[in-house]
Design a protein around this ligand. Structure first.
Ligand code: AMP
Ligand code: MG
Length: 414
């Protein structure tokens, strides 16, 4: 087993193991946020025929070459109905938005540019041929490749699938993630925290982090620090796509997760990632037999969250078939000087604040790996590179934006 990898090496090994899961067919309307497992080719032309972009009158443009001109209104074409007959020279047809253009007509004049007088309409302008006509196929031609495999389905994609008559669609399966917490000190949120006990907050942060990206967490509960209990619970997660265990993977006397995993046939690929928070991290996989990718996270609440963020989240997104695996990154200006020892990459919890065209980053309070509060106050994780020892106030640094609402802007939005 390799030990003490850089974050980039660890990510690379994990992503090489995180193949996209198979496809499943879902109702298109339920596809929001899923990654397409097929390329969608249109079986239709959209719009299917030329139609009016306005409420007004369908005409032959040549009839209106020298306005003003008055023409008889020979029929009306509402949306969803064909004209009863072609439009002849010297005729106008009342037409409504979306209605098919009558054969013979080659322009639409907006109602605002006309004056209706009983059965006659007077035109004060001379339209260009093609005016206010939406052409057949201007949206999609039949046979066109409309959506690539791997597309993350959003509202526009679901609307397009609907327009194409696609009521179901193939998407990659959502990763099923088994979550295990471990430690004799842990209780559920309604438990008694006297006598040195603490709530298993990791069960909640990690389940939410899974749900946030569309993965499907299932909870294996809190294992006692005993190999038999750990094994019993881990076994219940072996049919999932990923198994995420927090705590019990460092070198303490009560840390049994590693040895239990090995006894279950999991090959531990590496241990230890040169990052802070979060050095004690194990990655394992089952080889030669089916089994989940195994992520052993450190127990400290922030270490668990940050290792999930950097090493588990991208893998789950890749398994779900997504192409965008990482958080958006921005360059921020340091609002204070940061120092550290060389050797590990630090992910510094920072608050972000827009100041004119820049974003200023300041530490979000106590950076101890047990202080979850600073995680609640951080919008970003600032990347303090492994070998760097100082970034001065006013200098730029890369920040992963972990709070999507920071990128969303307040105010009017225009
Ligand atoms: P360990 O990895 O077991 O040494 O745990 C490191 C620290 O993380 C200890 O202070 C544990 O109490 C804490 N811890 C472990 N598991 C959890 C959890 N599920 N939720 C919150 N804190 C935890
Ligand atoms: Mg423990």
């Amino acid at each position: 087993m390799r030990e003490g990898l850089s974050v980039a090496e660890a990510q690379k090994i994990i992503l090489e193991a995180a193949a996209p899961l198979g496809a499943e067919t879902v109702p298109s309307a339920d596809g929001l946020g899923r990654a397409l497992a097929e390329a969608v080719v249109s079986g239709r032309t959209l719009p299917p025929e030329d139609n009016s972009a306005m409420d007004g009158y369908a005409v032959r443009a040549a009839d209106l070459a020298t306005p003003p001109v008055a023409l008889p209104v020979v029929y009306e074409v509402p949306a969803g109905v064909h004209a009863p007959r072609p439009l002849e020279r010297g005729e106008a047809a009342r037409i409504l938005t979306g209605a098919p253009l009558p054969p013979g007509a080659d322009a639409v004049v907006r109602q605002e540019d006309t004056e209706r007088e009983g059965a006659t309409v007077r035109f004060v302008i001379s339209p260009e041929p093609g005016a206010h006509i939406r052409r057949a196929g201007e949206d999609v031609e039949r046979g066109a490749a409309v959506l690539d495999a791997g597309t993350c389905l959003g509202p526009a994609h679901l609307g397009m699938l609907a327009s194409l008559g696609r009521t179901s669609v193939a998407v990659h399966r959502r990763p099923r993630v088994a979550l295990l917490s471990g430690g004799n000190e842990l209780v559920e949120p309604d438990g008694d925290i006297t006598g040195g006990r603490i709530v298993s907050s990791n069960s909640y942060t990690l389940a939410a982090a899974c749900r946030e990206i569309g993965a499907d967490p299932s909870y294996l509960g809190i294992a006692r620090d005993e190999p038999a209990d750990i094994e019993r619970r881990l076994r219940a997660g072996l049919n999932c796509d990923a198994l995420v265990s927090s705590a019990g993977v460092s070198v303490g006397d009560h840390d049994h997760v590693r040895s239990v995993l090995e006894s279950l046939g999991c090959r531990l690929v590496f241990w230890g990632v040169k990052m802070k928070p979060g050095y004690p991290f194990v990655f394992g996989r089952f080889e030669g037999k089916p089994g989940p990718l195994v992520f052993g996270l450190p127990g400290n609440p922030v270490s668990a969250m940050v290792t999930f963020e950097e090493l588990v989240r991208p893998a789950l997104l890749a398994m779900a078939g997504h192409r965008a695996l990482h958080r958006p990154r921005i360059v921020a200006t340091l609002g204070e000087t940061l120092t550290k020892k060389a050797g590990r990459l630090h992910f510094v919890r920072v608050r972000l604040e827009r100041q004119g065209h820049e974003v200023v980053a300041r530490t979000a309070g106590n950076q101890s790996s047990g202080v979850l509060r600073s995680m609640t106050q951080a919008q970003g994780l600032l990347i303090f590179p492994a070998e760097a020892t100082r970034i001065g106030e006013g200098e730029p640094a890369q920040v992963q934006v972990i709070d999507p609402t920071f990128l969303a802007s307040a105010g009017s939005g225009v």
